[in-house]
Design a protein around this ligand. Sequence first.
Ligand code: UAG
Ligand code: ATP
Length: 530
Amino acid sequence: MPAASLVQGEADAAVSGVTHDSRRVAAGDLFVAIPGENHDARRFVADALARGAAGVVTEGPVDVPDGTVVIRVPSTRAALADFAAAVYGPSPERLRLIGVTGTDGKTTTTHMIHAVLEAHGERSGRLSTVGMTAGDGAPPAGFGFTTPEAGDLHRMLAGMADAGCTTAVTEVSSHALALQRVRGCAFQVAVFTNLTPEHLDFHGSMPEYAAAKAKLFAMVAQKSPDGFGVVNADDPASAVMRQHGPRRILSYGIENDADVRAVDIRCEPDRTTFTLTTPWGDQEIVSVIPGRVNVYNWLAAAATTLGLGVPLEAIRAAAEVTTVDGRLESIDCGQPFKVFVDFAHTPHALATVLRTVRPQTKNRLMVLFGHAGGRDAANRAPMGAVAAGLADVVMVTADNPLHEDPAAIAEEILVGAREREGATGDVSVNVDRREALRALVARAEPGDTIVLAGKGHERYQALAEGKVEWNDADEARLALAARGWTTPRSESAEAGRRGAVPQQRAASDGPAEASRVTATPGRKPGGGAS
Ligand SMILES: CC(=O)N[C@H]1[C@@H](OP(=O)(O)OP(=O)(O)OC[C@H]2O[C@@H](n3ccc(=O)[nH]c3=O)[C@H](O)[C@@H]2O)O[C@H](CO)[C@@H](O)[C@@H]1O[C@H](C)C(=O)N[C@@H](C)C(=O)N[C@H](CCC(=O)O)C(=O)O
Ligand SMILES: Nc1ncnc2c1ncn2[C@@H]1O[C@H](COP(=O)(O)OP(=O)(O)OP(=O)(O)O)[C@@H](O)[C@H]1O
């Protein structure tokens, strides 16, 4: 720990936990008062002490009663991680740590690695944007972060080890690396997916963004002499990861030469098959997560697990059953068109998902998306351009606008959509996500594909007035039910074989609505979502 000094109080005070949030202090916790962007948490010290904090860690003077334990440190974020690692941190012998970083594909790759380890019979923990699981059958607990703050992270990892996990695979965001949330974690494997522009308002530039990601590789090099890195041979930013990484590097790719490759890739609407070629042998893979992009994610997961000594068979078995909530999640209520929910919220991811579903789309490709407030404004026009260039019908709506005006965000998206050469011009705006979704479903005809992008697994929408319950998959099912489709095609077919009458479109439904959706750019957000 860098130069901590005890300013007052007993040096041997007992500490049972560590937290950075006064509202979550339990008796015996050490409260680390971080000077944040919005608040200097020293103003919450009295609150923390009233809740029973065992002491306070700060970068500057605090006004506290005599006898209160006060520890002064040069960096409270570093201290939060160091104290949390000391109080909770499972040793590398107890828990092997795998970190996955990159712009897109972290959650999916994290889930795939976890699934392969479990298919191999290895009890593993998993921490991702979707939530945390300790391999004990309990449903994942969500926490609204990709990588939580250090106190929570070390406590969750300890919980995994206590639950009998021998390995933990965690998503590591660039924010986490820049803000020292993973400091003190002894990663044995660092995995890199890809790098495209995102979070540049936080990191400043692409080289700085790459450097933040490369910290994960540097951590393996420094802490784990037997560890290794996994890089994407088809992404030039892998050179930065290699430069900072450990000696042992495994590469994966489709286009370029790599240790682990996919050949003979066959993309079908609901699955992708390919031959995995590796130094450990070849294996036919059938992935039930469709799309070429998920071949990359499987390659990253395969290189990681093969590098750890897991057999090819476990990868084959995991690929046949693994899906991830809100990642190319197919919504099937028996309707004669496809509906996918996907978490794509960057221009690159949006382009990827639209290109993925285009070949299987017999009629029109329709996309609904918006952009989050308070971040990455530079991505808004490019997302408009991507959608207008790759989809036939574009519906711009609200994502998580937070304190920003969703109509103004939509206008920024439209700038890109309008400038797109060769775009169809079928672009509408409705910032009420429920109305927008229903309008798109109402227009869908046989052979169309609808992509509901940006919110993936999320179960809320963050509006200026607070969070309201929302889930794209549930809302899509409701919209389909309103048109009379409630039974998945597989079940309808089964019922049909048994002689039952499969549930069909409501008689009153009539032919698919062909009229254009009216643009309502000034509408108040989320009115229908509460
Ligand atoms: C930009 C960023 O990461 N900000 C983080 C930062 O916020 P901040 O500096 O504004 O904190 P602040 O609100 O000023 O508060 C300062 C301190 O006072 C404390 N506090 C505050 C109020 C109170 O009553 N009591 C109290 O103790 C807070 O817990 C905090 O420690 O420190 C806070 C806690 O220390 C984080 O919760 C917060 O994450 C915010 C919520 C966030 O949205 N972060 C996102 C951008 C993020 O981290 N995303 C990544 C990547 C996602 C991706 O892959 O796309 C992620 O890993 O999730
Ligand atoms: N390897 C990939 N390359 C490009 N796009 C991808 C890749 N994998 C997934 N995507 C797209 O990005 C979206 C987000 O995927 P995923 O959640 O796995 O990434 P992520 O890096 O975890 O994102 P976040 O950190 O924002 O949660 C997917 O819904 C899909 O559209």
